[in-house]
Write a protein that binds this ligand. Structure first.
Ligand code: ADP
Ligand code: MG
Length: 617
């Protein structure tokens, strides 16, 4: 058989943007998997040690290489795939730059073992940091194994730059997923430190998706299909009711390569408009085939972005296709517009006009009388009890204006008549301060020379944030054991991340352990956390931390505390008792930085006489 690798002509080489091919183990995973696919393999095994730091090994049963090709494959711009510059623009094969192996071999110890079907013996070649070390004949099955050991062994700075294993592994898994999702006709496996992470048999595309992301996805997928002159669309979209709080499973593949397409993502999301709540995201796995000539190929090796000439048309086609599928599968509620418009608002009764809401005042009221001497409010333990404790009325008599006799004169036209979400005004015993909750959002009290206004949600975030942060930096907190453990499935890359968070989660009182196959069991929760929220909380946490991954450990804890606080803080509209309001004030002023929320918004405003003066000018 003839040697098939040609050296890329210089003028072509120059057209190829030089770039860093190898940034981290995941980049190597990607290149090796793509090469194995290009070699026509039907079974591909990926083996990793220490998230690819120590070993990245890909074995395929593809064409194999001749001795010359095996040696040439490490030359820069050695490729069997391009003969001219035009070829660059009609690429169907995956790798096309002829520099991946050369780059990889310059920063690692590489062993390739390869044999063509037609050869009796294979060959093993060792290369270290671009230096040829040895070549020996080997007796192996047809196909190729690339073993990349000790990545960046000769560039300590790059090696140190790598993130922790959980992060690097997540990147590797992401690359693996992006490849396996386009090749259900190929059997793949992934093993990490001796454990099987994935074994994906040859299957339909639908089953491939399900095998990667979990059986729960199966009933949630709806197929999409559309042929047109400029694009053919296929794949699966998620039913609206399973939209997630995070942008998790959203994949575009163009001509069998994973790409990021924010513009087209918008088309899909807009097709779901009104079918899913705000801030939730549909899952989708969408495969587009277009004429390669219509792709503006960006040859930068690490980019996953492409531009398409017909993007505007494709946007419209895609949106219509998704819409159509949602309709066909009866996922679109049939809107009855006549009825919609009316919304069951009762006709006004001309004989009985609605009265103006008005504030009534009890002239009898005296804040200093105390019907229960000696009884003082019980200390609050936290804000987890979000309803007023029973009997608070007795502690704080006749604060509730609603209950005052009806025959008092209205306060007059000067007062605003806007309906109010329920204001609460309390006077606590032994204190001259009123505690007021306005519109279920703002807390108010008087200061010696002014007013204090607090945003309840932001304040609570600040309080919880500082509490979580000190727990995360301290020793383990106790947890409330659950009667029945909860189990949650996470997709593999998220599962890796969650695993890495487990020590910290335990510190704040999550009794969590991995339960195999990307499942997690939660046996106990921090005191005050609700069982029903646990799943969403973990999901939210993983999604928030995905962004900040790999930052220094300190900011990692900060992110985590902020995410937990965001999740657990009371929402606007939560009504408080006087004790709770007082407790929020006390806790807020016990904080190190009371006046801003963890994300930097104001939690409070003090208004003194000057401020009030200005307001009234
Ligand atoms: P490219 O894939 O862009 O051509 P690479 O540096 O990734 O460049 O690979 C160089 C060449 O080595 C390929 O063109 C191919 O001929 C050969 N090669 C790499 N991996 C394999 C493999 N697993 N099986 C057979 N040939 C391979
Ligand atoms: Mg390649």
């Amino acid at each position: 058989m003839a040697d098939i690798i040609r050296l890329l002509p210089d003028h072509v080489a120059n057209q190829i943007a030089a770039g860093e091919v190898v940034q981290r183990p995941a980049s190597v995973v990607k290149e090796l998997l793509e090469n194995a696919i290009d070699a026509g393999a039907s079974v591909i095994q990926l083996v990793l040690k220490d998230a690819g730091r120590t070993l990245i090994q890909v074995t395929d049963n593809g064409t194999g290489m001749s001795e010359t090709d095996a040696r040439l494959s490490f030359e820069r711009h050695a490729t069997s795939k391009i003969g001219s510059a035009e070829d660059l623009f009609s690429i169907h094969t995956l790798g096309f730059r002829g520099e991946a192996l050369a780059s990889i071999a310059s920063v690692a110890q590489v062993e390739v073992r390869t044999r063509r079907q037609s050869d009796e013996l294979g060959i093993a070649i060792l290369i270290e940091g671009s230096r040829f070390i040895s070549q020996t004949p080997v007796n192996i099955a047809p196909g190729t194994t690339f073993a990349i050991k000790n990545l960046f062994f000769n560039i300590p700075a790059r090696r140190n730059f790598l993130k922790n294993d959980a992060v690097e592994m997540r990147h590797c898994i992401e690359e693996f997923e992006r490849v396996v999702l386009v090749h259900p006709q190929i059997e793949f496996s992934l093993e990490h430190n001796g454990k099987v992470v994935f074994h994906l048999p040859v299957s339909s595309l639908r089953h491939r998706v399900v095998n990667v992301f979990g059986a729960a996805l199966h009933p949630r997928l709806v197929p999409i299909e559309q042929e047109s002159d400029i694009v053919s669309v296929s794949g699966f979209i998620g039913k609206p009711e399973f939209a997630r709080k995070t942008r998790g499973e959203q994949y575009f593949f163009v001509n069998d390569r994973y790409v990021k397409m924010p513009y087209l993502a918008h088309a899909v999301e807009s097709a779901y408009q009104e079918l899913i709540p705000e801030k939730s995201y549909p899952s989708y796995f969408i495969y587009l085939q277009v004429d390669p000539a219509s792709l503006d190929v960006n040859i930068h090796p690490t980019k996953t972005e492409v531009k398409m000439i017909d993007e505007g048309h494709i946007y419209a086609i895609l949106k219509a296709t998704v819409r159509k599928s949602l309709g066909e599968f009866n996922l679109m509620p049939s809107l009855d517009f006549d009825r919609e418009a009316i919304f069951d608002i009762p006709e006004p009764d001309p004989d009985n006009p609605p009265s103006q809401p008005a504030i009534r005042v009890n002239p009898e009221y005296n804040p200093f009388t105390n019907p229960n001497p000696g009884q003082s409010p019980s200390p609050m333990t936290g804000f987890s009890g979000r309803t007023s404790p029973a009997g608070w009325e007795k502690l704080f008599p006749s604060r509730d204006f609603e209950r005052l006799p009806n025959d008092l004169p209205p306060a007059g036209d000067l007062l605003p008549s806007e309906p109010v979400v329920e204001n609460k005004v309390y006077f606590s015993e032994g204190s001259e301060k009123p505690f007021v909750q306005l519109m279920g959002r703002y807390l108010l009290t008087t200061l010696r020379n002014g007013l204090l206004l607090v945003d309840q949600q932001r304040a609570h975030e600040r309080i919880l944030y500082e509490r979580f942060l000190s727990q995360l930096q301290g020793s383990q907190s106790s947890s409330q054991q659950l009667l029945f453990p909860l189990t949650f499935y996470f997709q593999p890359s998220d599962a890796e991340l969650l695993k890495s968070l487990m020590p910290e989660l335990r510190k704040i009182g999550f009794d969590i352990e991995s339960a195999g196959q990307n499942n997690f069991a939660v046996n106990g929760l921090p005191a005050g956390f609700r069982e029903n929220d646990a799943g969403e909380l973990l999901e939210q946490l993983v999604s928030d931390l995905r962004q900040s991954q790999g930052a220094n450990p300190e900011s990692h804890l900060i992110e985590m505390a902020a995410a937990l606080a965001r999740n657990q803080a009371v929402r606007n509209g939560t009504l408080f008792s006087a004790e709770e309001i007082k407790n929020i004030f006390d806790s807020l002023f016990a904080c190190n930085v009371p006046h801003v929320s963890p994300d930097g918004r104001l939690t409070l405003k003090m208004l003194n006489a000057d401020d009030l003066d200005k307001l009234l000018k």
